[in-house]
Design a protein around this ligand. Structure first.
Ligand code: SDX
Length: 438
């Protein structure tokens, strides 16, 4: 089944003139009038390629899943504003929306939830998998390896029927794998999932419950986890999603593609930033607690310090997710009854930065990672699990984008070109003649 991702076909064209010749290229216009030059035939018609390190001006695909307007701070999943989904929906409903393009009927949601609930357990052999890993292993490579290992338990996840099972297994087992990677790191026994609990409550119980006593999930905190998962569920063609698409375009299976996406998300400039934000706030508190001093370093060209959780390739205004999380911080801290020095420092940093020309002129605002860590810490989620929380949230988005890529009528393996700037042709030099000339 191929999907026609229809852009607004218009008569618009762009003309490229180069070296005395010219090429007429079609203009593609999206639903919200974003405009692109379609260069698919550029090389064939001119011999030219384009060059765009980091792809800041390059679109990789047409997509109908998520829309972001970075200037206006707009984020919508399948057309629904993130603010409405955050307030009125729940994570599995949002996952269905991302995967299927429409909000589920009550019957569809009930069936989806029930299937996921019944697939949350891991094969018993996974106990040996975790045992093989060092106790102090960071949970992100553990999760990436575990997701990749699912391919060894469920062969050939590609067929139409199997793909449905693969999606259910990924959604169901991700929280279990995440909780097991945490329990393994603290030497506690794994907690089996409990089918009577909802998705987020089940995760909290597997994380913080112990076999020898009942664990009562705080429904307010479970709702906060659900909110965090919704806010992280998709974000169009970010680094990790592009990785999932790239790997999937080689016909690598969905487990392998998601495992690659988890590794990409771990980077400190991407999903790993939420862990770096808390480490930054703790450093500020340890050293001098002064936002001004830290910001001076973040602005210093000769200092690699960055204001983690600030700045974004697309958002040149406040990340709408950060605004929602900033409010949720207060709710969580009030609920758990702890004061949060981290929240105070974060809010002071934001206040000072948003009045500082360095940040204002570069349109650097808080992104999704700036406040999420404060919430996770208030909920006693360990710092090295913060990006795992991001992974759990982003999973349905990665899956939806992978499916859209595979069904795209324009589908082909992703294989960028390059401009070669290395040595010109030269003859082999025998070892005896290889003195290094001074
Ligand atoms: C996520 O893409 C997505 O959608 C990602 C994400 C998602 O949901 O998938 O939204 C999740 O990854 C959020 C981003 C988390 N990362 C961080 O918070 C790390 C800190 N921020 C950055 O390093 C940076 O802002 C990026 C990586 C997010 C964006 O980098 P860009 O677009 O390549 O911008 P840049 O590095 O070229 O910065 C432009 C200028 C530079 O200064 P000048 O060369 O103009 O003098 O702004 C400066 C940068 O030095 N700058 C910062 C800064 N971010 C950019 N200076 C200090 N602190 C910062 N945080």
């Amino acid at each position: 089944m191929t999907t026609q991702l229809k852009d607004k076909k218009g008569a618009d064209t762009a003309t490229l003139t180069y070296n005395g010749s010219s090429a007429t290229l079609p203009i593609v216009r999206g639903t919200e009038n974003e405009t692109a030059i379609d260069i698919e035939k550029l090389r064939a018609s001119t011999g030219l390629i384009t060059l765009d390190p980091g792809y800041g001006s390059t679109g990789s695909c047409r997509s109908a899943i998520t829309f972001i307007d970075g200037e206006k701070g707009i984020l919508r999943y399948r057309g629904y504003p993130i603010e409405e989904l955050a307030e009125k929906s729940n994570f599995l409903e949002v996952a269905w929306l991302l995967l299927h393009g429409e909000l589920p009927t009550p019957a569809e949601l009930q069936s989806f939830t029930s299937e996921i609930t019944r697939h949350t357990m891991l094969h018993q052999d996974f106990d040996r998998f975790f045992d093989a890993l060092p106790k102090d292993a960071h949970p992100m490579p553990v999760c990436s390896a575990a997701i990749g290992a699912l391919t060894t338990f469920y062969q050939e996840p590609e067929s139409e029927h199997q793909l449905h099972d693969t999606i259910i297994r990924l959604m169901a087992k991700m929280p279990t794998i995440a909780a097991c990677s945490y329990k393994h790191s603290i030497g506690q026994p794994f907690m089996y999932p409990m089918n009577r609990l909802d998705y987020s409550s089940n995760f909290l119980r597997m994380m913080f419950g112990i076999p020898c006593e009942e664990y009562e999930v705080d429904p307010v905190l479970a709702r906060v986890v659900d909110l965090l998962l919704i806010l992280h569920a998709d974000h169009e063609q970010n680094c990790s999603t592009s990785t999932v698409r790239m790997v999937g375009s080689s016909m690598a299976n969905l487990y392998a593609s998601i495992a690659a996406g988890i590794s990409a998300l771990w980077g400190s400039l991407h999903g790993g930033a939420n862990q770096k934000v808390i480490e930054m706030l703790e450093q500020i508190e340890r050293e001098e607690g002064s936002a001004d001093k830290f910001l001076a370093r973040a602005k210093d060209k000769n200092d690699t310090t960055r204001l983690m959780g600030f700045g974004h390739r697309v958002y040149k205004s406040y990340d709408p997710r950060a605004a929602i999380l900033k409010k949720a911080c207060g709710d969580v801290i009030e609920r758990v009854g702890v004061s949060s020095r981290m929240l105070e420092i974060a809010m002071r940093l934001e206040e000072v930065a948003l009045k500082d020309d360095y940040f204002v002129s570069r349109k650097l605002y808080p992104n999704v990672d700036f406040y999420s860590g404060v919430i996770y810490q208030a909920m006693n989620i360990p710092v090295n699990m913060f990006t795992v929380m991001f992974t759990m949230g982003r999973l349905p988005g990665w899956i939806a984008q992978w499916i859209e890529m595979r069904n795209d009528e324009h589908f082909r393996i992703a294989r960028p070109r390059q401009i070669y700037v290395g040595s010109p042709k030269r003859a082999y030099v025998p070892a005896s003649a290889r003195g290094r000339s001074a």
